[in-house]
Design a protein around this ligand. Structure first.
Ligand code: NAD
Length: 348
């Protein structure tokens, strides 16, 4: 039997980009999986392929609200992964109060569920806890440089508070906790509309629209392919001793946003032009994880290079665009029952 051995893993935020890939990996490894998701930024489509999987279930629920008492008693998860929280700035800033409460109240509710069940708990934290960092690359011992009152604070400070709660539950012996500080991750199932740098650039390049670079594009990021990241989360959960403290998971290969644009434009064969837009408030200048701890303790490091990861992502977005057009086609039939013909410029 594979290592999950039919045990139950709960993935909060399981209908999202990372959560749906994690769900696939856990099912592959023999777990039963219950995703808990309010579907605010996640999509049923991300889990559609599991509709007939008897070991999988999706519960539409907001983690800010404790699970009903009967479910708290009935569910005996061995592991809880807490990925619930909108991750892209336009989404988490659209309802900052909900974002903060998700990280604070939602994390507390899930920690209490883990406590009741004796489950191991993994909190998906973020490189944003380092804010606009004075230390480069970012190592886990760095306490960060976060603006606590700016528009990103609902996310950054919410995640910092979630870490605090998780380590308090650990320190007091209530829950066996792991904390992953995730750096920019990309890949299939990102949303085209979520305003993250890779999805923005890929979608614009594929559609031939001008590609937007915020600022002059000299800010740096380090991009990790989703398959690598998910493997890291699972290894961290499996790690025997909870004395690790937070662990950075990301790809240390750093490049400027401008370089990323050039790579995507070359890989898509696009002739898109590049336009500059103002840099968002509190946008970090540099981002690169020090992954020494993950390498030494988990034996983990990313294996997928940027070009291979970008190709897989570009192929997925291209296929997705075709699928959406094909599914939309019947809805675009005109009143005579005839399919509406595209106009000469390609628009319907
Ligand atoms: P995502 O927005 O695709 O997924 C988040 C999921 O959580 C969605 O399915 C959403 O509907 C759900 N959710 C949000 N609030 C909820 C609530 N109150 N109750 C129940 N469900 C809720 O984002 P993602 O990229 O998959 O990120 C997953 C996690 O990883 C997040 O916690 C994020 O902070 C963290 N993270 C992601 C990245 C990245 O690059 N993708 C980087 C750092 C940290």
């Amino acid at each position: 039997m594979t290592k999950g051995n039919g045990r139950l893993a709960i993935v909060a935020g399981g209908a999202g980009f990372l959560g749906s890939h994690l769900t696939d990996l856990l099912l592959d490894r023999g777990y039963r999986v219950l995703c808990i998701d309010n579907l605010r930024t996640g999509r049923r489509d991300n889990l559609r392929h599991l509709e007939r999987e008897p070991r999988f279930d999706l519960m539409e629920w907001d983690v800010i609200v404790p699970l009903p008492g009967k479910d708290q008693k009935r569910l005996r998860p061995a592991e809880i992964y807490n990925l619930a929280c909108a991750a892209s700035p336009p989404h988490y800033q659209s309802d900052p109060e909900h974002t903060m409460l998700t990280s604070v109240v939602g994390t507390r509710n899930l920690l209490r569920l883990a406590e009741g069940a004796g489950a191991r708990f993994l909190q998906a934290s973020t490189s944003e806890v380092y804010g606009d960092p004075d230390v480069h690359p970012q190592v886990e011992t760095y306490w960060g440089n976060v603006n606590p009152t700016g528009p990103r604070a609902c996310y950054d400070e919410g995640k910092r508070s979630a870490e605090t709660l998780a380590f308090d539950f650990l320190r007091t012996g209530r829950v066996d906790v792991r904390v992953a500080r995730i750096f920019n991750t990309y890949g299939p199932r990102m949303r085209a509309d979520d305003g993250r740098v890779v999805s923005n650039i890929v979608c614009q390049a594929l559609s031939g629209k001008p590609v937007t670079v915020y600022g002059d594009g000299s800010q740096t990021r380090s991009f990790c392919y989703v398959g690598d990241l998910i493997e890291g989360l699972n290894r961290l959960m499996d790690y025997g001793a909870p004395d690790l403290g937070p662990v950075n998971l990301g790809n240390p290969a750093e490049l400027t946003v401008r370089d990323l644009v050039d790579r995507v434009v070359a890989l898509t064969g696009s002739e898109a032009t590049v336009v500059e837009a103002p840099l968002p408030v509190d946008d970090p200048r540099r981002r690169r994880p020090d992954i020494t701890k993950a390498r030494d303790r988990l034996g983990w490091e990313p294996r997928i290079g940027l070009d291979a990861g970008l190709r897989a992502t570009i192929d997925w977005f291209a296929a997705e665009a075709e699928r959406v057009v094909a599914e939309d086609f019947p809805r675009r039939r005109n009143g005579n029952g005839h399919a509406a013909m595209p106009a000469a410029d390609g628009s319907a």
